[in-house]
Write a new protein. Structure first.
Length: 183
């Protein structure tokens, strides 16, 4: 922390101040956004299995969509490839060309399956990857260019508070154990 911030009494986070003031934390008890199979992870990892679903599997099923899910009643999958991250043109961020090409393929498959662009979101922790994906889809997508322009591609921070029916997460890089350093 810089001396200016410490002098302005900013050395303590807002959450630390709330705890010191005796404010009791309030945990989410019922989630209404995710398909129940997606909420299993946060429930087990952050809520000791107590997070309840306020929506049913049937309420989160996509009708009229012909996407080739690996397990039809569990609309999620992890697509791992052996791409290589590189420093973006700005010199301050990362991108992964192989992963961007695969994001475009998945987006195109969603679109061909009947998903409309406004239902799709692509999230990445790196601005370099965000810019590269937008550019790559507009240049290389096999469908009308306008469809790809309507896809929301954003950083993790700028996507906060938004909802999409289909999310593609582009991690860009991983460590030797194949785990993204961001997560």
């Amino acid at each position: 922390m810089c001396k200016k911030a410490a002098h302005a009494e900013l050395a303590q986070s807002l959450f630390e101040r709330l705890v010191i003031l005796g404010v009791k934390p309030f945990r989410l008890q019922v989630q209404y956004r995710m398909h129940p199979c997606l909420s299993e992870f946060p429930s087990n990892c952050f809520y000791e299995g107590t997070l309840q679903n306020g929506v049913t599997v049937n309420e989160r099923q996509s009708s009229g969509i012909d996407f080739p899910w690996l397990v039809p009643n569990r609309p999620m999958f992890f697509y791992v490839q052996m791409g290589q991250e590189e420093i973006s043109a700005s010199g301050t961020s990362y991108l992964n060309r192989t992963e961007a090409a695969n994001v475009e393929k998945i987006v195109t498959t969603f679109l061909r399956s009947g998903v409309v662009p406004s239902q799709i979101g692509v999230i990445t922790p790196y601005e370099g990857q965000r810019a590269y994906i937008v550019n790559y889809m507009s240049r290389n997508g096999s469908l009308r260019q306008q469809l790809y322009k309507e896809i929301k591609v954003a950083s993790v921070d700028s996507f906060q508070g938004r909802e999409k029916d289909y999310i593609i997460l582009s991690c860009v890089r991983s460590n030797e154990h194949q785990v993204s350093p961001v997560w």
